[in-house]
Every structure is written in structure tokens, then in C-alpha cells.
Write a protein that binds this ligand. Structure first.
Ligand code: CP
Length: 349
């Protein structure tokens, strides 16, 4: 294990990139530094290895039960109410948090910005205060602004879990990726993990960089220079622009979604060209004779960052093995562990 990810330089870079974010930077940085002992989970920056490994171990116990025919769990969160506050669309994160909460006996309240009073101009902080006044015990927040989850830890005394905030962090996605890698390889320590694609806009990349490095992995980033954050080299990662070289270096790959909704088009000559140079395909893996374990957070842009064959191959033969659906299953176990951790701590504090 090491602490190369502890500096949080990347967070500052990301924050500076948020043109649309109106939050006060001092509040953001203050909250960020107050993340202690997982009272909340707003990111993996500064979360110690012991907490990360503790969550993965707890999730491993949950997964054993989850894959049985009739999973049954101790309802450690019975009588807790968890608000799933999503200001952006989601399939995997939203449903897996809901399933995770129900397995542990918690009730869930689903909030969608489009059908709430946000559409009448209500602010994020007023929304959170009003939900808290209804005796909600915890918040799972997805929001387009970087720093939103950290901001609301200063507004509510309840537990806050970040389900993805702008281009900042998506900690439960990284934890489920780490869980998937640890389950397959037996360890994270010493693994060479290449993260491919739109690193600049990716909260998944940021959380994985922090978490994987803290847990002792070597992390490489491969993207066109226009999609690489300018200060990426300060993070203790290996940088590549050539995908063949990056794959040859790595034990496993996390392929990122090209975030077309965040205007990545302006960073690339064309999607076709991106696919030729950065798309993960059978032909590329065969040409460089590399067998690769492939992860992707989803949703996928088929035949852009990943070919159908690579995305869908869950069994050999072939040069790749896809973990995409295994990741989704693992997401339920990991989110159970996260909710159990932060909500149990809140009730004891
Ligand atoms: N990986 C992920 O966050 O997917 P959703 O946007 O569907 O939640």
C-alpha cells in the first residue's frame, strides 16, 4: 500500500475545470479535508487503505449471499430511510443503491429533479434541508456539479454518499471496479491497471486513480492529449498516448465511456478517428498478442470505445474477457457495504 494518491492535486484541477459550478471553492476544499472515518463517502481521495479494504471485505461477504438462489441478509438498516437524490440520469448506480438498501432493510425515497420542486427553482441546499426535515437518515446524491456531494455534508448532519458529481468522483464505481479486480486476480497490490479514454471528464477515472494507488496498484492513463487532464503526471500514474503500448504494459484495462453529453466532440476530430486510435477491439488485441481482462463502468458506446466482441465476451476463446456484467453484480454488494458503513457510523456518532 502507499499514499501516492493522498495529495488531491487532481481534485483541485478538476474543480478549476468546472465552469458551470457556482459553489464556493473554500467550502468545497474544507469539506473535502473533513472526510474522516467514512462518516460520509464523497470520494476516495484521502480515504485510507484500511477503510477501502474494509469495505471490499464486507462486500465479499455480501456477494457470497447475493449469488445464492434466495439471498437473505441481516436487516441492519431497518427503520432507516435513504433518499436517492439523482439530478442526472442513471441505471446501474440508482438501481443498485436501491436494491442494496432494501437488502439491508432500509426504505428508499426516490427523487428525480425533473419531477421535484427543483423544476420550480428550488436550490440543492433547500431540497436537502427539506428532505432532512422529513427525517431522512442518509442521502445518495448524483449531481452534475463537481463538489456537490462535499457541499451537502456541510448542510446536513445525515450520511452522504456520492453517486457521481460532475467530473469529480464516483467512489462506489471505483470500489466495485477494485472489488472486481481483487476477486479475479486475488489481490490489487502490484496490478498494472490501464485506464483508457476520456480521462479529462471522468469521475470514474479519478476515483479509480485514488483508490487503486492507495491499495497498491500501478495505474496508467491512455488518452488523446486533448482528453488528458493537464496535471495528470502529478498523480503518480504512467501516461500513454499510444494504446498498443498501454495495453502491452497492463494486466487489465478499465475502458471509459466517451462522455458525448459533456461536449467531448470538441476535443476530437471525429468519433471514427477516436475509434480507430483508442477503440478496444479483438483485432488490436490479436495484433499485439495480448490477453486482457476488460472492465467498463457503463453505459457503453458500442463500436466507439469498445467493440461488441470485446464488450460481450464473458468466456474464452478470444483475447479478452469482459467483466461488465460481473461489475454490475458486484456493485450491489459494494453499495450494501458502503451504506452499512456510513449509516451504522452515523447512528453511533
Ligand atoms: N456506471 C454508472 O454510473 O452507470 P449509471 O450512469 O447507469 O449509474
Amino acid at each position: 500500500m502507499n499514499n501516492r494518491a493522498q495529495g488531491c492535486n487532481f481534485c483541485k484541477v478538476v474543480f478549476d475545470l468546472q465552469f458551470f459550478c457556482t459553489f464556493d471553492e473554500n467550502i468545497f476544499l474544507k469539506r473535502h479535508n473533513e472526510r474522516l472515518n467514512l462518516k460520509h463517502l464523497t470520494g476516495l481521495c484521502n480515504v485510507p487503505a484500511s477503510d477501502i479494504i474494509g469495505i471490499l471485505d464486507m462486500a465479499a461477504g455480501f456477494k457470497k449471499e447475493l449469488v445464492t438462489d434466495n439471498p437473505s441478509f441481516k436487516t441492519t438498516l431497518s427503520y432507516k430511510r435513504i433518499a436517492l437524490v439523482f439530478f442526472e440520469n442513471s441505471t446501474r448506480t440508482r438501481f443498485s443503491f436501491e436494491i442494496a438498501a432494501r437488502h439491508l432493510g432500509a426504505g428508499t425515497l426516490n427523487f428525480s429533479a425533473a419531477t421535484s420542486s427543483v423544476s420550480k427553482g428550488e436550490s440543492l441546499s433547500d431540497t436537502i434541508k427539506n428532505l432532512e426535515a422529513m427525517q431522512v437518515d442518509g442521502f445518495v446524491l448524483r449531481h452534475p456539479c463537481s463538489g456537490a456531494a462535499d457541499l451537502i455534508t456541510g448542510i446536513t448532519s445525515k450520511a452522504v454518499v456520492n453517486a457521481g458529481d460532475g467530473s469529480h468522483e464516483h467512489p462506489t464505481q471505483a470500489l466495485l471496479d477494485m472489488f472486481t479486480l481483487r476477486e479475479y486476480f486475488g489481490t490489487i497490490e502490484g496490478l498494472k491497471v490501464i485506464i483508457i479514454g476520456d480521462v479529462l471528464h471522468s469521475r470514474v477515472a479519478r476515483s479509480n486513480i485514488y483508490g487503486l494507488i492507495t491499495a497498491g496498484a500501478e495505474v496508467g492513463l491512455c488518452s488523446p492529449v486533448t482528453l488528458m487532464p493537464p496535471d495528470a503526471a502529478q498523480l503518480g500514474v504512467v501516461l500513454f498516448t499510444d494504446l498498443d503500448q498501454a495495453i502491452a504494459w497492463a494486466d487489465t484495462a478499465i475502458v471509459l465511456r466517451l462522455q458525448l453529453e459533456r461536449a467531448t466532440g470538441g476535443y476530437l476530430p471525429s468519433l471514427e478517428e477516436y475509434s480507430v486510435y483508442y477503440g478496444l477491439t479483438d483485432e488490436r488485441l490479436e495484433r499485439i498478442q495480448k490477453h486482457l481482462l476488460v472492465l467498463h463502468p457503463g453505459p457503453i458506446n458500442r463500436e466507439i470505445e469498445i467493440s461488441n466482441n470485446v464488450a460481450d465476451r464473458i468466456q474464452p476463446p478470444g483475447y479478452s474477457k469482459s467483466m461488465l456484467l460481473e461489475q454490475v453484480t458486484n456493485g450491489v454488494a459494494v453499495r450494501m457495504a458502503v451504506l452499512n458503513t456510513v449509516l451504522a457510523q452515523k447512528s453511533n456518532s
